[in-house]
Design a protein around this ligand. Structure first.
Ligand SMILES: *Cc1c(COP(=O)(O)O)cnc(C)c1O
Length: 372
């Protein structure tokens, strides 16, 4: 049997004619950058997230960069985030000449540990970027409770968490600005790169929209030095079609997560495979179904031989990356993140996964641990 980590072709098969029609309409219009298709998609996404504004851009990485720019983050400032994330979170901070200040994660949720926030703050702290890793929101009440009284901006890295919620409110409205990615492997994935920012703040929305077109509100007049980061009409058309199916896919992912729980329990593997934990008040959307295991790399190779796809998100925390050598961190600086990097393994969870495929994944993991 073959079980890929993600099967985008299965998703596309069910909606091919609808997507091609939407793309054909854009081709007939020959309007490719921003424009009405993008505006319609922004409106629909704002409604979905529950935000007053949504501003499309070229990628999730740019969404983070623009959110920091609109927050006035500049050279010499500090921005607090986690070392256990995709590189873009930290990269956006560095691109502005600011310094990423890392704090460790909680071992159960893989998200920022708010208890460590206060200790990491200095007079130069301008913003905090909690990452809603794998599709579960960070503890936003605790983070906002510390940041708000100090006037520190909170930017959600919600790139893996569209549709996730905390206390009934969706990712993207849980802080000052939410950053989303439409990279194909995200829960709402385009046919290439794409991103979006959400906010309830009129001034911030205005600044984000200005910064994404070279700091210009009126053509050829520039109020700030911005960047070129726009959402393409073709991407918006594809994403708008897919947005209608997002809740259905999310339910599929959640159903599969429940099924994994039953299957791993039945196979008596719960002492070998530590399953993802949903913290109280959270609606998890499982962009990744990430377990912790021993002999992780051996297991991964074994699964590969058996036709089961898996991936390590992420094998090397940010503070140990070569490009961040100068920040002065070392091995042991963030033990929870370092341990996660050694133990995590993401398993297939996409909505179209069949019962048989899922049973096979668990059966093969069982086979591996019986052999060793
Ligand atoms: C995907 C991702 C990003 C960046 O998104 P791109 O669209 O690929 O630039 C940022 N942060 C996290 C946590 C992500 O998963």
């Amino acid at each position: 049997m073959n079980v890929p980590l993600l099967d985008l072709k299965a998703q596309y098969r069910g909606m091919k004619s609808e997507i091609l029609a939407a793309m054909e309409a854009v081709c007939d219009e020959q309007g490719f950058v921003l424009g009405p298709r993008v505006a319609e998609f922004e409106k629909a996404t704002a409604q979905y997230v529950g935000s007053r504004h949504a501003i499309g851009c070229a990628s999730g990485s740019d969404a983070l960069l623009l959110a920091l720019m609109a927050s006035g983050v500049k050279a010499g400032d500090e921005v607090i985030t986690v070392p256990f994330t995709f590189f873009a979170t930290a990269g956006a901070i560095s691109r502005l000449g600011a310094r990423p200040v890392f704090i460790d994660i909680e071992s159960d949720s893989f998200n920022i540990d708010p208890h460590q926030l206060e200790r990491a703050m200095t007079p130069r702290t301008k913003a905090i970027i909690p990452v809603h890793l794998f599709g579960q929101c960070a503890d936003m009440a605790a983070i906002n409770g510390i940041a708000r009284p100090r006037g520190i901006r909170v930017i959600e890295d919600a790139c893996q968490a569209i549709g996730a919620a905390q206390e009934g409110r969706r990712a993207g409205v849980l802080a000052d600005v939410g950053c989303f990615s439409f990279f194909p492997t995200k829960n709402l994935g385009g046919f290439g790169d794409g991103g979006l920012m959400t906010t309830d703040d009129n001034g911030l929305a205005d600044a984000l929209a200005m910064l994404r077109v070279h700091g210009s509100r009126v053509r050829y007049l520039h109020e700030a030095v911005g960047i070129n980061s726009r959402l393409d009409a073709l991407q918006a058309a594809v994403l708008h079609v897919k947005l209608k199916y997002l809740n259905q896919w999310t339910e599929g992912r959640r159903r599969n997560a429940e099924r994994y729980e039953r299957l791993f329990a039945q196979a008596q593997l719960l002492d070998r495979v530590l399953l993802p934990v949903t913290k109280p008040g959270n609606f998890h959307v499982y962009n990744q179904y990430t377990v912790r295991v021993r002999q992780r790399d051996e297991l991964r190779n074994f699964l590969k031989e058996k036709g089961v796809g898996s991936e390590v998100y992420y094998p090397l925390p940010m503070h140990l990356q070569n490009c961040y050598h100068d920040l002065g961190y070392h091995k042991g600086s963030f033990p929870v993140s370092e341990r996660a990097a050694e133990e995590v393994l993401s398993l297939p969870i996409y909505a179209e996964l069949t019962d048989e495929q899922q049973a096979y994944v668990v059966q093969m993991i069982g086979e591996f641990y019986r052999r060793t």
